[in-house]
Ligand binder design. Structure first.
Ligand SMILES: Cc1cc2nc3c(=O)[nH]c(=O)nc-3n(C[C@H](O)[C@H](O)[C@H](O)COP(=O)(O)O)c2cc1C
Ligand code: SF4
Length: 494
């Protein structure tokens, strides 16, 4: 992952844990209600893909164990990882793309209810994504993937021995022999990208009928998935409008579609609003539906905070029940992947902003998204709307969470990696055992596993008590898949 050049190292500091009585009096651990959304406490575990499903995208025992472990900590809400709405092979990504998934998802809901004693609300993040190929071997790219065009033929005729316009085999052979500077002359920008990074579809590829008709197709696909989530018993839906995926690409300043769904931000927000309306119509007025979107795309030419303030207000006006705000996580500045690997949208500066690590700049890795979220929230409040905002990014302590609520920066506090590092954070802090919390180091070891689509674990616990009777190991045989159980420390009375 990219790191800021300053390379300043930070450590999370936690010397101010509350007593049980202080926690009981805190804003963080009070129940709250905003319209359809009711939480037992203002804590939230944002979506995190742990790669526990199978090639069919089903809820496996590992998926159940993973979320049961989070639920034992009894956070206010858990958002199930990005879950695919299309019935297509998607590797081990969880899916909700057909009614056959409802039964497994129902089991997931029941598991979380039981493990949290009904204290945790359960949401599911619905995702659509476009196709992306792995970076090819150059010879394979020229032999198999590149479509030979008249531009290639003309360039080859002018610069090489290429003679026969009909001889694509010769053209492929000659192209494969060219140097990098020559390739930069003959290949288009997209062809070079396909060669160097792997081919990646964009929402602006409207010459492709499947991309052109996304605005007609996606509202129905999201609505079908939302209905399944409702049937499975989830407490609500989070529409994934963030990071590198289809809906975020519609919101992006890079979306130049000319069919009324791109260009000015009024048009870029149109499909996200139409998707929401289709979902709302299907699940009814009382069912919690919100979205996750970006406070900033964090690359040159991308959407920025003023766009996010505009989008946030439109979502709130449309009647979304919550807004969860992330930042960055884009393909546009991703590092070149190794041959045989796909580009990963968390490897550039925008990836750093999404999941900041302890090696940072003067600002440090903590709370980088707080002021942007506060600005989006203020715009919504100024319009007289009470829609709650979820903030996440480098939040690990009670003191931070409580301060952010007291200062009206956000309404709900998201702990992603901190919950991964210690799923019992919420119970430990609530019961006055804060000093037993395993504090996240922001090492991004977990994110490195995610990048390789390996089962995600945390370095703070995945080698602990490996010979426990009930321990389930990752497929590499070296790591436990869930955090060890918490045994509260006895306290002496005097
Ligand atoms: C392993 C891993 C998987 C993630 N998967 C998702 C995801 O499926 N959807 C999403 O919106 N964000 C995802 N994220 C981003 C987190 O939800 C969160 O926004 C980010 O980690 C910053 O918050 P934190 O500092 O509290 O960890 C993922 C993060 C990690 C570490
Ligand atoms: S591996 Fe653990 S400690 Fe490191 S960033 Fe992930 S959750 Fe935090």
């Amino acid at each position: 992952m990219w790191k800021p050049p300053q390379r300043i190292k930070y450590q999370a500091l936690t010397d101010a844990w509350p007593s049980a009585a202080e926690a009981a009096n805190s804003a963080l651990f009070k129940s709250a209600q905003w319209g359809n959304l009711q939480l037992e406490q203002r804590t939230w575990i944002p979506a995190m893909v742990p790669w526990r499903s199978n090639e069919q995208g089903e809820v496996t025992q590992d998926v159940l164990d993973w979320y049961a472990r989070f639920a034992q900590g009894r956070p206010g809400a858990i958002v199930i990882e990005a879950t695919g709405i299309r019935d297509i092979p998607s590797g081990p990504l969880l899916r909700i793309s057909h009614d056959r998934y409802i039964e497994g998802l129902k089991q997931l809901v029941e598991t979380v209810r039981a493990a949290s004693d009904g204290q945790t609300r359960l949401f599911i993040q619905l995702i659509d994504f476009l196709s992306i190929r792995r970076r090819p071997q150059p010879d394979v790219y020229f032999q198999r993937y590149l479509t030979i065009t008249n531009e290639h033929r003309a360039w080859l005729a002018n610069h090489t021995d290429f003679e026969n316009d009909d001889d694509d085999a010769q053209a492929r052979h000659l192209l494969a022999e060219l140097t990098d500077p020559e390739l930069e002359q003959v290949l288009s920008e997209r062809e070079l990208e396909a060669l160097r990074f792997g081919y990646r579809e964009r929402v602006t590829d409207t010459h492709n009928p499947a991309i052109a008709e996304l605005p007609q197709v996606l509202p129905g696909l999201f609505a079908d998935a939302a209905e399944r989530a409702q049937k499975a018993g989830f407490d609500g839906i989070e529409l994934h409008y963030a990071h590198a995926y289809t809906m975020a690409s519609f919101l992006s300043a890079k979306n130049t579609r000319t069919d009324g769904y791109g260009g000015a931000r009024e048009q870029r927000v149109r499909l996200p609003l139409e998707v929401f309306q289709a979902v709302r119509q299907r699940v009814g007025a009382d069912y919690p539906v919100g979205c996750r979107f970006l406070s900033d795309e964090i690359f040159e030419g991308g959407s920025q905070l003023d766009d996010a303030c505009y989008f946030g207000l439109r979502f709130a006006e449309a009647g979304m029940d919550f807004l969860s705000v992330s930042r960055g996580g884009k393909f546009d500045d991703a590092k070149q992947p190794k041959v045989g690997w796909a580009a990963y949208p968390y490897t550039g500066p925008s990836g750093y902003e999404c999941m900041p690590s302890y090696i940072s700049d003067e600002q440090g890795p903590f709370e980088r998204n707080v002021e942007p979220v506060a600005a989006i929230r203020q715009g919504i409040r100024d319009a007289g709307l009470a829609t709650p905002l979820v903030v996440a990014g480098g939040i690990y302590s009670f003191e931070q969470a409580e301060r952010l609520l007291a200062d009206d920066k956000a309404d709900i506090i998201g702990f992603a990696r901190q919950a991964l590092a210690d799923p019992d954070w919420f119970e430990k802090v609530r019961r006055g055992h804060g000093e037993e919390v395993m504090v996240c180091r922001y090492s991004n070891y977990c994110e490195g596993l995610d990048q390789k689509h390996k089962q995600v674990t945390c370095e703070l616990w995945d080698r602990e008590q490996l010979d426990d009777a009930d321990v389930v190991l990752a497929s590499d045989g070296k790591r436990r898949l869930t955090a060890p159980a918490w045994q509260p420390r006895e306290r002496s009375i005097n």
